[in-house]
Design a protein around this ligand. Structure first.
Ligand SMILES: [Cu+2]
Length: 170
């Protein structure tokens, strides 16, 4: 019994430890839904405290709203759309959000925090929404969580995987 628990713990801790980077919650959500998405920052840049989190939004995410966060300043950067699209409540929009940045903290390496957004997920069941994140830290250090798995590769195989959400059928 004791051995079985130890083996189970080893099996669970291996992948968890390897996955401890900047991740996203939830890992999967229905395509097309409005979804609360939390970027989870599990450590600093090495031991340096986190002072910036920037997330890139791919084209086709027409609604994205960051949750304000005490102690952090928000910056929202937009890019023009080739033609007007309909966002939340059918409102016409001619720009979409390209990048959201939280500046502040510092969030010490010993602590954990989440950076929250409301997103309308792309209506692509079976697809993946990748959210590349740049982490800036005290002393000018930075980590780019932007790698995407190649065909046949797992995100766990990557040194700096980008957070991603699997899009499920509604
Ligand atoms: Cu990590």
């Amino acid at each position: 019994m004791r051995l079985a628990i130890a083996a189970l713990a080893a099996g669970l801790l291996g992948p968890l430890a390897a996955a401890a980077h900047v991740t996203v919650d939830p890992a999967a959500a229905p395509a097309g839904d409005f979804q609360r998405v939390a970027l989870r920052v599990l450590h600093g840049c090495g031991s340096a405290a986190t002072t910036r989190i920037a997330v890139e939004l791919p084209q086709g995410v027409y609604t994205a709203k960051p949750m304000p966060k005490p102690g952090w300043t928000l910056r929202i950067e937009r890019r023009a759309l080739p033609h007007a699209m309909h966002g939340m409540h059918g409102h016409e929009t001619e720009a979409e959000i390209a990048r959201i940045t939280w500046d502040g903290g510092p969030l010490p390496d010993e602590q954990y925090d989440e950076f929250v957004l409301l997103l309308q997920l792309p209506n692509e069941p079976g697809g993946t929404l990748t959210l590349p994140v740049t982490q800036g830290c005290a002393g000018g250090q930075a980590e780019a969580w932007v790698e995407r798995p190649a065909a046949g590769q797992q995100a766990e195989d990557l040194a700096r995987p980008a957070p991603f959400i699997r899009l499920t059928p509604r």
